[in-house]
Design a protein around this ligand. Structure first.
Ligand code: SF4
Length: 483
């Protein structure tokens, strides 16, 4: 909290019209390098087993230590199996990575939530769950989807291994200040449209490079009405349109979510923090480098058909012709060739092989509520292998407490143990070559879910509809209220 006090007084003393991003960024600048990057103080550093071993080796070789172990948190997620977590990890590389994280955390006095620990889970799920993620904070992690934490009004972004070492050693990072973009989505979302659809729609309109060089603030009715889980899903996917990160101004919903969690301030410290947090909004006349507007009523449940997250369409639409899309025709055709799809085909009705619900994009309790709302009273399709993977033990416990596990079992599904699972082919949950998976994760690159695997990104509702029908299905057809 020491740093937050300094931030508070600095913010109050500045009177220019500022964006939310400027307020948080400027209050964390330790040093400005003339014509160069800023040196930013980092409030929270999240580490996991994949990008940390070399960074820890780096500080060891330099004979230095972790400067602020109390601001550093380690959890195991990428390499963890999602069944039989009580048994030794079979894959030698994964076992070594997990062991290194445990040993380094112990050596440097860092909180370590390893495999089997009750607080274990995906780094971007457990951070908010335990109040490590707070409004107005700067947060980094050696994982691109660190942007998730922007949902709380934090500046959060992914960093590389050498930068992980830099933050371990100095609690600072050198960063050029990105440009600012505001994406406004106003109006009311249509029936069956979820936060994932909003994000996939924005990426499909902007393309995967549409926000390159920018830090995005999401604004408008749609984000204001969204739950914190939904906001996390949207901010998580910011990186998929090239943005350095995404953020949403904190409000009463944010403060309510954060209050009382293990690492959030208590008592007088809470009051002081709230005084600062309530200053975290974009001033009325503050300027953005780019401003974009969308209408909520234009969005329907989305699905991707190609090999990047920008290749998405409304589920009722057909795959665009090459001349309808921006970018090279040969690249487009190569992408469709990999997916074994053709221009002009409908997505609805395509037989699928796998369904994955989970990841830091859609592995939270709200996602499992959505999934089970569709599978309830139905049966898993015989041709589908389904991986239902909670983002953390806390999510797993909520699934059980809310009775969702019974629905899952009655419909013929199994719940696995927490981890990144099929988000990336770095553990045992790999989609085999040629197989088609409907996935609630964030990337559909060639081979992302396993060599030769084919991925359709979608919301938990779309994933559930596919899981019980065995094909791409408009979830609205299975929802009772469908008019
Ligand atoms: S679920 Fe996927 S994107 Fe999220 S932290 Fe794990 S590997 Fe990274």
């Amino acid at each position: 909290m020491l740093h937050l006090e300094a931030v508070f007084f600095k913010v109050l003393s500045e009177e220019m019209k500022k964006t939310l991003f400027d307020k948080v960024w400027d209050s964390h600048v330790v040093k400005h390098v003339e014509d160069g990057p800023d040196v930013l103080f980092i409030d929270r550093h999240l580490v996991h087993e994949v990008t940390s071993p070399v960074a820890f080796l780096g500080i060891k070789n330099r004979g230095i230590s972790v400067l602020y172990p109390e601001r550093t948190f380690a959890t195991a997620d990428h390499n963890t199996p999602t069944i039989n977590q009580h048994l030794p990890v079979q894959d030698p590389l994964s076992a070594n990575q997990l062991k290194a994280l445990e040993e380094n955390s112990k050596k440097y006095g860092i909180s370590h939530w390893g495999l089997g620990h009750q607080k274990n889970g995906i780094v971007h799920v457990v951070g908010p769950e335990y109040g490590i993620t707070q409004p107005g904070a700067t947060i980094v992690c050696g994982d691109s989807h660190t942007s998730t934490h922007g949902a709380f009004g934090a500046i959060a972004f992914g960093i590389g291994t050498s930068e992980v070492e830099m933050v371990l050693a100095s609690q600072c990072i050198m960063q050029p200040k990105p440009k600012k973009m505001r994406i406004n989505v106003n109006g009311k979302l249509n029936f069956g449209v979820s936060p994932k659809d909003v994000a996939l729609y924005i990426i499909s309109r902007l393309t995967t490079s549409g926000a390159t060089g920018y830090f995005v603030e999401y604004s408008g009715d749609v984000f204001r009405d969204m739950s914190m889980e939904g906001r996390m899903t949207v901010c998580n996917l910011s990186i998929e349109m090239g943005a350095r990160g995404g953020m949403i101004a904190p409000d009463e919903k944010t403060f309510e979510y954060v209050k009382g969690r293990e690492f959030t301030p208590k008592g007088a410290a809470w009051d002081k923090a709230m005084t600062y947090w309530k200053t975290l909004f974009t001033d009325k006349d503050a300027e953005f480098d780019k401003e974009i507007y969308f209408d909520a009523s234009d969005i329907e449940p989305m699905i991707t058909y190609g090999t990047n997250p920008g290749m998405g369409i409304g589920i009722s639409k057909s795959i665009p012709k090459a001349e309808q899309v921006e970018g090279g025709v040969s690249t487009y055709k190569k992408s469709l060739g990999y997916m074994a799809f053709n221009e002009g085909e409908d997505m609805i009705g395509k037989p699928i092989d796998f369904v994955f619900i989970g990841s830091c994009t859609n592995g939270r309790i709200e996602d499992f509520r959505a999934f089970t709302s569709i599978i309830k009273g139905r049966k898993k399709a015989a041709n589908v292998t389904a991986w239902l993977v909670p983002g953390s033990h806390q999510v797993e416990a909520a699934i059980k407490a809310e009775g969702l596990l019974d629905i899952i079992h009655e419909a013929g599904f199994e719940l696995r143990e927490p981890g990144c699972s099929a988000c990336l082919a770095m553990n045992d949950d790999k989609v085999p070559a040629g197989k088609l998976a409907v996935s609630t994760s964030n990337r559909n690159f060639e081979g992302r879910q396993g060599p030769g695997s084919r991925t359709l990104l979608a919301s938990p509702l779309v994933a559930a509809a596919a899981a019980v029908t065995g094909k791409v299905t408009d979830p609205r057809e299975l929802m009772k209220e469908f008019a």
